[in-house]
Structure formats: structure tokens, C-alpha cells
Design a protein around this ligand. Structure first.
Ligand code: ADP
Ligand code: MG
Length: 686
């Protein structure tokens, strides 16, 4: 149960003055649904305005506050045109206050001719006229504006204005209670951080680094603490020691020797599985590093020990691929493997359920369908979760809650997350790293090409396809909007289809699973030669005959993601090529990123460099796996503060694992406040 003291903060935004259904929508689009969301809607930046007495004093482009008297309203002749209010300063200089669209209604009301107004906004020039487009504030009293020269700038959505959001944030902050301190006193003192409520208020007022740090720290600490509680409760859970006799593993006829990294990881995993406490281990290995075989060995250990194993994939496509691969690899062992997805119905499904219940099916591969209520296991000993980052921690917890005895869990991710972020996201787990690639991999010939040469690229694809090999075409990432990405993909698909006809297929996130699968099947079977896709192919697809990859607007992708995408090629014996198409306006970071892609194929190195580049200040449009766990802390803060937060959390759990002390109680409040309460749940169940 959420502590009572937080109740006001969890009230809906509609409970605020001035918020009705109409305002609720744009707020919700920003994720602002409750007062706490508003309180934590921290400014993106601040503007500092200068109060000037006349326009001569102000520079173009400057943020100013000035007294102006409207002299004339000018509606545009065309509907879409601007609405201008001409206004005079004390010296008689004229400036236009310019409004577009519906905002003109406001202008009519707030700027009556002949009445002096205080106006805040950015002074620009339009032709030979000075103007302020959409003034941020218009007030009849000077006091409201001139006392407030540093102003927060919030992220907005259509239908919201800065003053609007600012006002709601202020209301939310008023309702915020004082909360007991959860940070270790020594840390607070050393860093000279303000108390929680003060920090929140300050963070909205100006560039208060200490306040921002404190709030970031809260988030990192809450996360670390929740993960540690999970880890602690896991240790206390009843698992089963699984020790195989090697009987099945000996029968495997792998066509290659294992790499050193694979052998080491397998040893670590079998070591864990032999313990009674359930394993919580992350297997981190770049695309192509050979995680599947490691997973198979672990699953065979479980089967040798008389238990069952389940492999969970994030998509049906991947589940199917894993199933095919494992069935082939494990054929000599005679182990019974089944595939179970949400689409299996009727008899086929019944018989799989029976097999899992009576133990005749020893390994099951599937989507989350394998954890539904109806699915009962005879003795589930090991759960392998592929592509971990698709599942949140709370989901991870649910998965292993099945049965009286907690199964061992092996999570696998192909995202080479930097060490600091591994700790942040998977802090409750032990980590095995596949940092050595199987031998004989051909390097992927990576080139950066101007998008202006797209015709050459298409011609190149044509030549490539005539050799019988296949290709991927990854569409540009438009912005944060999936629907725009899809529109871009559809457009590219249509254009390529004119050239290549039936040889092209399209895959994106909004296709029905049937259509998506059908397209993937055609491509995997070699019937289709060119796969056009949004980033959905990022995860797992394996078609070795596809040896060319084109990535449009490559500069928009983060390094980690580019690397992930590129990993789709270079899987067969033929030499592979990756063409990174870049736009004309390449930022310094964009250029560095693409250069690095050309330079190295080492995923771990790219991940560390990515962190470095992003930490360097450039905001990428998209958050990437690794830091998406955090809303408040920036990458720079994560790197700087996370180690402290981790130590602090560890110390608290060691001293007060039940969170019963005064500080423990405060920390509970924090976990609820920052919605890491799954950490608290483990206290009760464990
Ligand atoms: P991941 O899942 O880590 O991306 P996979 O398990 O799909 O990688 O392995 C990629 C390819 O490498 C597969 O074709 C697999 O058979 C092969 N492979 C795995 N381990 C080795 C090894 N030790 N030597 C040679 N090839 C290997
Ligand atoms: Mg894989």
C-alpha cells in the first residue's frame, strides 16, 4: 500500500484548478497524469530575460520584458496568415506582436488598443519590422513579469503554453508534502544537497545544480535500492540445485569448438544452477557472439537434472527462429522441444500444455504465452529470457513467481550496454560477458555515403540482388513518433517496389502479426530479396544470405542502435556491406558516430563511446536501452552519481533489509514516489 503521505501527489491532474477534460489530454500526452508527474516535469532549460525601457536597448534575438501600448490590430487577408498587433514603446518605436492560428483569439482579448501592457518574449526581425512572435507573457501589471526574469521552459504538447504548465506545476508543488530524508546523512552533508521538497521547488526556479543532482540521485538510489531488494528476496527464495551428469550435453554434435568466452559463461551458469538459491544472471553478448549455444547448454543441464526449461523470446518471429535452431542443434540428444505462442489454439495447444504438465516436453520455446495462468509445468527449473531489455524488472519478477520453487533465470541481451548502465538496469543480477567473437567472422565493409547519392545506392542494390544475395533497407527515424517512422517506411517501400516489384517486402511495428510473419517468412525463405523495415528488425532476425544493409539517415541513430542493426548482416560466408546514408547537415557528434561505425565492430567499445558522446551534451532524439530506465537523471548524472547511490542502497539493505528503521520507512516512501514499489513488494512476499 502506498503511504498516505503521498496521496495528494498521486491525485489526478484533473483535481487541479483549471484542469478539465480538455486540458487533460495534452497533459496526458506528456505523461502528466498525476500531480507527482507535474512536480517532476522539470524544465528543459531556463530563459533569462532582461527588462528594457525601450526597443533601442534590446538586441535582436534577445529575451526581453518591455512595456508596450497596442496601436492597431491587423488580421491577415489569408486564413492561414498571421495576426499582428502593432504596439509602441515609450519612445514611439513600433514592434509587431505576431500570432498564428487560434492564438489570435487570445491576442484580441489581451491586447486592447491604447492600453499599456507588459510583454515578455523574444525580439526578432521580420523584414524591416521588429516583432515578437507569440509573446510568452502579456500582463497588465509590471510586477508579475519584472520580478520573474529567470523563467523555466517546459516541454509542451499542442494545446499547452508555458504559463499554463508553469501554473499547474506551481499548484502541484504546493501540494507536495515535506518528506523524511531517505539519503544517507553523510552523503547529504558532503554533497550539500537540499531536502527533497526544497530541491524540487528549486529545480523549477533556475539552474540549481545541487537540486537537480539531488533529484537525480533520488531516482538512482530508488532504482538501486529496488534492485537490491529483489536480489535479497531472491537469495531467500527456495530454488532447486540442478546438477547435470553431462549425459545430454555429451551427445551434442556442435560443428565448432566453443570460444573461451562461451566456456567461461557456461561454467558460471552451471555453477549458479548447482546452488539452491535461484540464479539471476545476465548473459551479455554482442550479436553473433553465440548466446544460443550457451543457453542450450544451460537448458540441457536442467533437463539432465530432471527439470524443464523455458526460453522466452520477445516476438513470435524470434520464438520461431529459436525453436528451429534449438531443434536442429539438440536433435542428437533426443530432448523433446515444443514451440508455444499466443497464436496456438485448440488441439495443438492442448497437447503442448499436457506435455508440459506431464513432463514429456522438456524444453519449451515461446513468447510470454508460456507464462500464462493455464500453462503448468511439471517442474520448471530454468527460464531463459532472450533480449532482456524488452522486459522490465517488474515483468521479470512476475515470470519467476510461478510455482512453489523459484526457477533459475538466465537473461540474455545483445545490447552491449556500458558497465555503468548494466549496473543501473540489471543491478540485481550477476553478469557473464561474451566478449570474444567466434573465429572466422569477416569484417563488415562499412561506408558512409551522402543521401544525395541514393540513386547510386539503389543501382548498387540491384547489382547486389542479381548475385542472388539479399539486402535490408532500414528506414529513417523521423522523430519520436512511431507513426511517422512508419509513414517514411511506407514511402520508401512504395518507391523501391516500383523498381523491384514483388522482390520487396515491408515490415514495421504496426502490421498485424500475420502480415509481419508472412513478410518475414518470404524473406527468410529467399522468395523476397529486399526487406524494407523500420527498426523492428533490430531484434534477432537471422538471414545469413542477406549481406547488404542500407541505413537511411544513419546520423539520427545512436551508435548502439546502428551497431545492433548492422549486426543483421555479416552472418554468412559471403562478405557483407553496410551503407550508412547521411544527411547534409551532419553535427560534430553525428560525424564522430559514423566515423566510429566505420572504424570498429566491437560492440562493447561502441557502447562505451556512445555513452561518452551522448554524455558530451548532445541530446539524441531517442532514449536508448540502458538509460531508458531513468526519467530524471541524465546520462552524465548516471555516470557520476550511480556508484554512490549503489553503495548507499547496499549499505541500507545490509543494515535494514526489511526497511523497518526510520530511514528505511523514508526509503519506502521514495520507492512509491518514484514507482519502484515492486522493490517493496518483494519485502512482503519474501
Ligand atoms: P547471438 O544469439 O549471440 O547473436 P547466435 O547464438 O545466433 O548469436 O550465434 C551466431 C552464429 O554463430 C550461429 O550461426 C552459431 O551457430 C555460430 N556460433 C556460435 N558459437 C560459435 C563458435 N564457438 N564457433 C563458431 N560459430 C559459432
Ligand atoms: Mg540470439
Amino acid at each position: 500500500m502506498r503511504p498516505d503521505i503521498l496521496t495528494p501527489l498521486f491525485a489526478e491532474t484533473e483535481s487541479l484548478e483549471g484542469v478539465g477534460p480538455k486540458l487533460k489530454k495534452p497533459l496526458a500526452r506528456l505523461g502528466l497524469e498525476r500531480l507527482r508527474d507535474l512536480a517532476y516535469h522539470l524544465p528543459e532549460r531556463f530563459v533569462t530575460r532582461r527588462a528594457v525601457t525601450d526597443l533601442d536597448e534590446a538586441g535582436e534575438g534577445e529575451q526581453i520584458v518591455i512595456a508596450l501600448t497596442p496601436t492597431e490590430h491587423r488580421a491577415s487577408r489569408s486564413q492561414r496568415g498571421p495576426y499582428r498587433v502593432l504596439a509602441q514603446d515609450a519612445k514611439g518605436n513600433i514592434c509587431a506582436l505576431t500570432y498564428f492560428g487560434r492564438a489570435s483569439y487570445t491576442a484580441k482579448k489581451t491586447l486592447p488598443v491604447g492600453e499599456k501592457r507588459w510583454v515578455a518574449g523574444r525580439l526578432d526581425r521580420f523584414g524591416d519590422m521588429l516583432q515578437i512572435v507569440h509573446p510568452d507573457h502579456v500582463a497588465s501589471e509590471s510586477s508579475t513579469l519584472s520580478g520573474n526574469l529567470v523563467e523555466p521552459v517546459y516541454r509542451l504538447a499542442e494545446g499547452l503554453t508555458q504559463p499554463r504548465v508553469g501554473g499547474l506545476v506551481a499548484q502541484a508543488l504546493e501540494k507536495a508534502p515535506e518528506l523524511a530524508e531517505w539519503i544517507e546523512p553523510g552523503v547529504i552533508e558532503r554533497e550539500q544537497w537540499p531536502a527533497w521538497r526544497d530541491a524540487l521547488v528549486l529545480a523549477h526556479k533556475g539552474e540549481h545544480a545541487k537540486a537537480r543532482d539531488r533529484l537525480a540521485y533520488d531516482e538512482l538510489f530508488a532504482n538501486a535500492l529496488a534492485l537490491m531488494l529483489v536480489r535479497q528476496s531472491n537469495r531467500r527464495r527456495k530454488g532447486q540445485s540442478l546438477q547435470g551428469d553431462g549425459g545430454l550435453r555429451d551427445k551434442l554434435q556442435l560443428p565448432f569448438p566453443l570460444t573461451g568466452a562461451q566456456r567461461r559463461s557456461i561454467d558460471e551458469i552451471t555453477g549458479d544452477m548447482a546452488q539452491e538459491a535461484p540464479m539471476l544472471r545476465l548473459l551479455q553478448g554482442d550479436v553473433g557472439a553465440g548466446k544460443t549455444v550457451v543457453a542450450l547448454e544451460a537448458m540441457l543441464v536442467a533437463v539432465e537434472a530432471g527439470a524443464q526449461a523455458a526460453l522466452l523470446a520477445p516476438t513470435e518471429i524470434l520464438a520461431r527462429q529459436h525453436f528451429e535452431t534449438l531443434r536442429k542443434l539438440a536433435a542428437p540428444t533426443g530432448v523433446e522441444i515444443a514451440l508455444l505462442t499466443g497464436r496456438d489454439k485448440g488441439r495443438a495447444r492442448e497437447s503442448i500444455l499436457m506435455g508440459l504438465l506431464d513432463g514429456s516436453i522438456q524444453i519449451v520455446v515461446g513468447t510470454h504465452a508460456i507464462f500464462q495462468e493455464a500453462v503448468q509445468y511439471k517442474n520448471l527449473g530454468l527460464v531463459v529470457i532472450d533480449e532482456q531489455h524488452r522486459f522490465g524488472v517488474s515483468q521479470r519478477l512476475l515470470l519467476t513467481a510461478k510455482g512453489k520453487v523459484t526457477p533459475h533465470t538466465l537473461s540474455m541481451t545483445a545490447t552491449p550496454i556500458p558497465r555503468t548502465l548494466v549496473l543501473a538496469q540489471y543491478g540485481e543480477m550477476d553478469v557473464s560477458r561474451l566478449d570474444e567473437m567466434p573465429p572466422g567472422r569477416q569484417p563488415i565493409d562499412t561506408r558512409v555515403i551522402s543521401a544525395a547519392r541514393i540513386d547510386d545506392v539503389v543501382a548498387g542494390i540491384e547489382r547486389h540482388l542479381t548475385t542472388g544475395q539479399q539486402a535490408y533497407w532500414v528506414c529513417p527515424m523521423v522523430r519520436d513518433h512511431e507513426s511517422e517512422d512508419i509513414a517514411a517506411a511506407e514511402a520508401r517501400y512504395a518507391a523501391l517496389k516500383e523498381r523491384f516489384g514483388e522482390d520487396v517486402v515491408l515490415v514495421h511495428g504496426q502490421l498485424s502479426p500475420e502480415l509481419k510473419d508472412a513478410a518475414m517468412q518470404r524473406f527468410a525463405a529467399g522468395e523476397a530479396k529486399l526487406l524494407v523495415a523500420t527498426t523492428v528488425i533490430e531484434v534477432g532476425v537471422d538471414v545469413p544470405n542477406s549481406t547488404l544493409m542500407v541505413i537511411e539517415q544513419a546520423e539520427r541513430f545512436g551508435l548502439a542502435q546502428l551497431h545492433q542493426l548492422r549486426g543483421r548482416v555479416g552472418r554468412g560466408s559471403e562478405k557483407s556491406t553496410c551503407l550508412l546514408l547521411r544527411g547534409d547537415e551532419l553535427s560534430e557528434t553525428g560525424r564522430k558516430r559514423l566515423a566510429l561505425m566505420r572504424e570498429t565492430q566491437d560492440g562493447f567499445r561502441l557502447a562505451e563511446e556512445d555513452l561518452e558522446l551522448r554524455g558530451g551534451g548532445e541530446l539524441l532524439g531517442t532514449r536508448q536501452s540502458g538509460d531508458e530506465a531513468f526519467n530524471i537523471a541524465t546520462l552524465e548524472q548516471i555516470t557520476r552519481l550511480l556508484p554512490i547511490a549503489n553503495d548507499d542502497a547496499k549499505l541500507l539493505v545490509e543494515r535494514d533489509g526489511g526497511l523497518d528503521s526510520e530511514r528505511g520507512q523514508a526509503a519506502r516512501v521514495l520507492l512509491y514516489l518514484l514507482e519502484r514499489d515492486w522493490g517493496v513488494q518483494t519485502l512482503r512476499s519474501g
